[in-house]
Ligand binder design. Sequence first.
Ligand code: DGT
Ligand code: CA
Ligand code: CA
Length: 360
Amino acid sequence: MQRIIALLDIDYFYAQCELLRNPSLKGKPVVVIMPTIRENTGAVATCNYEARALKIRSGMSLSLAKKLSNVNTIFIKADKEYYKEMSSKVFGLIDFYCSKVEQVSIDEAYLDLTNPQGFEKAVEACEKIKERIVSELGLTCSIGLSINKLIAKMASEEKKPDGLFVVQASEVDSFIEKMSVGKIHGLGPKSAGILKNEGISTVRELKTLKKNKLIELFGEARGGMFYDFARGCDDREIDTNREKQQTSRMMTLKTDSSSIEEMEEALTLLCELVFNEVKKIKRVFLTCSIIIITPKFDTITKSKTLSEPIKSIEELKRVEKQLLEAFMCESLQKVRRLGVRVSNFSEDYGFQKKLFDFKK
Ligand code: DGT
Ligand code: CA
Ligand code: CA
């Protein structure tokens, strides 16, 4: 079956999160800063499109960004905890539509949307995902949809912000040939410089180089990879075990229910599934969430972040039950689907300690 892969990337992520909790900033240039311990120094983490129009960019020093700014420009210190929380809400939503997800950064993931009906069905899923992220979380994202990771990522950059760009198999060649070589995954400015010396700047030109020549320039592994990528070929799988930022499981109850016993039973099972998964990848976590879907398909999420990582299944069950009780106290609604999510991962200290002990 033809693979169908999407790359979803949230638009101007940190800045969009800030606008979400402070809508009065709308229309103004908003710059999110990673401060340093010294006053008035730091770098731009990201900024909205109004600030990009002033030529402010990610990675730029705060002092340069200030020079480029106008009187309306708002500078905000980054609040990573808040962005992580928003990120896990987004990926929690994606989990409803796709079981094969590889999160590659705080605001970006590959989704395997391969299905027997092909692209049409995958486009529908992407539209639905975009719609729900906007309506439930207030965030826009851009999605690229194609036959592999390489092209999906390039496609996601084609129609930012709030875009959905599809590159079908027959369109891959014409889509990438016009790109500059720097758009190819793993081909950074240094490699682009090497190619420039060879008179190569576009993917079309890159395709004229023999595989041996690329191996001579970049070594066996990267040379071979660039050879394939220049032809739009990329067989990298979606790696669902990669450094996950969160894990969740959902379950539909036998009937729409308001019985606490029934929900606790489902919750116990979900906790076991989630906990075992996290244990497999040797992680502990700080944040537990309960996801409740009502018969009208409203989604309610409640989360709790602890100061110490959770390491036992009993602890997880206890926190999840507290969250369920909090929901029951506030709401008279019945429950259709129930989910458990854990996030805010760190390495399992017990596992680490053994490693260090061994080294001594
Ligand atoms: P986009 O995707 O072009 O709409 O804009 P962003 O801001 O979402 O950019 P992206 O996807 O490359 O990065 C996601 C977040 O990661 C971004 O909102 C802030 C953070 N980030 C990106 N680049 C930098 C950087 O150079 N320094 C720091 N500290 N954070 C960065
Ligand atoms: Ca982004
Ligand atoms: Ca990104």
